[in-house]
Design a protein around this ligand. Structure first.
Ligand SMILES: [Zn+2]
Length: 166
């Protein structure tokens, strides 16, 4: 049920009318079935106030759709999970082992920077004395070296190039 504040056009009498719905009221109004209880006039219309809902029954109040708001959920404020925190212990141990081996290898290795591909190729073809070197190479350069049979291995653990250490 819904309660409308009604007003008779003739006398301006205010009264409440109970209806099943807005459509029900409109239908009764159109057929002149809604009359003013004070003066009996059939010219009745809704007063300029919002309809109130009855508190009887289990109907939920027809709350008008409120504007949507941007709401932050608590989860959105939680810090990003650390990727390293989810690594299995075996992976961490393996990386540490690789880092240790790499560190040992690099002790006897020479940093050649951007000349790596050129130097590695020169040693491979006997144009330079063989020596352990490490440096920078693009994936294409590495691929080219491998295809030529030049032994290269990726540096697993990031290396801080000499000269870039403060
Ligand atoms: Zn009236």
């Amino acid at each position: 049920m819904i309660v409308f504040d009604l007003e008779c056009r003739a006398g301006g009498h205010r009264f409440e009318g109970w209806f099943a719905s807005s459509e029900d009221f409109a239908g009764q109004q159109a057929r002149g079935l809604v009359t003013c209880p004070v003066c009996g006039a059939p010219e009745v219309e809704k007063a300029l106030s919002a309809p109130r809902l009855t508190r009887k029954g289990n109907q939920l109040p027809a709350v008008p759709a409120s504007p949507r708001q941007e709401v932050l959920s608590p989860d959105a404020q939680s810090p990003m999970p650390m990727a390293g925190g989810s690594l299995p212990p075996e992976a961490v141990a393996m990386l540490k082992a690789v880092a240790a081996v790499q560190t040992e290898m690099l002790k006897s290795s020479t940093w050649v920077g951007e000349n790596f591909a050129e130097d590695a190729r020169a040693m491979h073809y006997g144009e330079k004395d063989p020596a352990m070197i490490h440096g920078r190479a693009s994936p294409a350069e590495v691929q080219g070296l491998i295809e030529e049979g030049v032994p290269v291995a990726p540096v697993i653990v990031p290396v801080v190039p000499p000269g870039e250490v403060n």
